[in-house]
Design a protein around this ligand. Structure first.
Ligand code: NDP
Length: 247
């Protein structure tokens, strides 16, 4: 098992990609804490799945855009596990619309959760990871952050910002044995993409060289590797999991 005796925290771990990452981490031997926004049923289901694998699980309701809440919940994670080896900034939301009609509140909400949320989390675990001179930070960005996407200016800006954040943190922490990488999924089957209109979905699948959407587990498999000791010399990297969409 690649993550034996590791302690991990996944934001947005109750559904979709974050849940798959949490479960795959647990299957690989890690104890897992996750944050969620408010869907209690999903959180309890994810928690049960992780504990059924024989791992410890801490499910905490915590809005990543709220720095005070992040501080409080992160302290609980450190108290429960005594350390944190792996941080995955996965929590994300969409509020799509064309620039001309986009409400400022929708722009801010997406930046606050998808970009500033990661900044809040990294700040909480920066010193604890530095002190133990090891750690793995993964930021879930998107192909939208690499290529842009009409109707997603807020989301693409946040995801592109996450890449700059990843590379800067990677440079700040590299000498301390801490790596920071970004994973850029394409179209993955989750609640987020289930909300897409059928026509948009068909067009998206048509543009993917592999002609299918990805499964959350296909993103999680890369995260397990990047979080493991096997990925010790990889930092500041952005890796796509997109069936060839953005090559
Ligand atoms: P989902 O909508 O399926 O799940 C989102 C998760 O994030 C839920 O667990 C949700 O909690 C949590 N969450 C949302 N807002 C907050 C918040 N403010 N604080 C804490 N937790 C929050 O999303 P996906 O699994 O599809 O996406 C996961 C990540 O992957 C996102 O960053 C997304 O941008 C990115 N991504 C997704 C792609 C896709 O095709 N699906 C493609 C590229 C990137 P709750 O259940 O309580 O609501």
């Amino acid at each position: 098992m690649l993550l034996e005796q590791k302690a991990a925290l996944v934001t947005g771990g109750s559904r979709g990609i974050g849940r798959a990452i949490s479960v795959e981490f647990a299957k690989n031997g890690a104890d897992v804490a996750f944050f969620y926004a408010g869907n209690e049923d999903a959180a309890r289901a994810a928690e049960s799945e992780i504990t059924a694998l024989g791992r410890r699980c801490l499910a905490l309701r915590c809005d990543v855009s709220d720095e005070a809440a992040v501080k409080e919940a992160s302290a609980k994670v450190l108290e429960a596990f005594g350390k944190l080896d792996i941080l995955v900034n996965n929590a994300g939301v969409v509020r799509d619309g064309l620039v001309l009609s986009m409400k400022e509140a929708d722009y801010d909400a997406v930046l606050d959760t998808n970009l500033k949320g990661a900044f809040h989390l990294i700040r909480q675990f920066y010193s604890p990871m530095m002190k133990k001179r090891s750690g793995r930070i993964l930021n879930i960005t998107s192909v939208s952050g690499l290529a842009g996407n009409a109707g997603q200016a807020n989301y693409a800006a946040a995801k592109a910002g996450l890449i700059g954040l990843t590379k800067s943190v990677a440079k700040e922490l590299a000498a301390r044995g801490i790596t920071c990488n970004a994973v850029a999924p394409g179209f993955i089957e989750t609640d987020m993409t289930a909300a897409l209109p059928e026509k948009t979905r068909e067009a998206a699948v048509g543009a993917i060289p592999m002609k299918r959407m990805g499964a959350p587990e296909e993103v999680a498999a890369l995260c397990v590797f990047l979080a493991s000791d096997a990925a010790s010399y990889i930092t500041g990297e952005v890796i796509r999991v997109d069936g060839g969409l953005c090559m």
